[in-house]
Design a binder for this molecule. Structure first.
Ligand SMILES: *[C@@H]1O[C@H](CO)[C@@H](O)[C@H](O)[C@H]1NC(C)=O
Length: 190
């Protein structure tokens, strides 16, 4: 038999696929048992909502987009690995687009196309600035969020985050094609 004082009753109601959790706890030390839900109206949260609208992808786990928008200067939990994954996803997406259009594309042309689209200054950072990621990505006070490597890393991390969130590389590739726009699969103008 347990003392009645420590009987705990939890009612957890999950609604939709959002986070809202309603909990009710009754015990002597009930303060410790309430689940503290952070207000979702911080500027960072609002920016993440806007970003999802811009890219046309709604995250099941918003924590992944939060991480993608976190530079390594800001915290241990950062976008480094997602950025590495994202770069690979972008190369894969470009390769697929190119070879779907022209299976006879010479290897050196495909390599050139991949290099072009992977270029930090002329491609990646340009896409990132168009999404205004420099205003979203969290960095340490000493770090300039507008430098190409920082915004580019955040941009690539978006696609890594989408692949992890959806469990599908193709979903990330499709979002990249939409966000990058232009003529990914066309022959290089050289
Ligand atoms: C931050 O970086 C951008 C891009 O490199 C540069 O134009 C800007 O002057 C830098 N800002 C500061 C405060 O250093």
């Amino acid at each position: 038999m347990r003392p009645a004082g420590i009987l705990i009753v939890f009612f957890i109601v999950l609604t939709g696929n959002e986070i809202p959790i309603f909990s009710q706890a009754q015990t002597v030390n009930q303060d410790h048992l309430f689940i503290k839900v952070k207000p979702s109206s911080s500027p960072f949260s609002t920016a993440l909502e806007t970003l999802q609208t811009q890219i046309g992808y709604k995250f099941q786990n918003i924590g992944l987009l939060r991480r993608a928008m976190t530079h390594s200067s800001f915290s241990e939990e950062n976008n480094k690995a997602l950025g590495i994954f994202g770069k690979t996803l972008i190369s894969t997406s470009v390769s697929l687009q190119c070879l779907n259009k022209n299976i006879d594309m010479p290897g050196k042309d495909l390599n050139a196309r991949i290099s072009e689209i992977s270029n930090v200054e002329s491609s990646c950072a340009v896409d990132a600035m168009r999404l205004e990621l420099e205003k979203v990505v969290r960095v340490s006070p000493k770090t300039n969020s507008s430098v190409p490597t920082v915004v580019c890393g955040a941009f690539r991390a978006i696609f890594g985050a989408i692949a992890v969130d959806s469990g599908k590389s193709d979903v990330a590739g499709d979002v990249f094609v939409r966000v990058h726009g232009g003529h990914i699969g066309e022959a290089l103008a050289m």
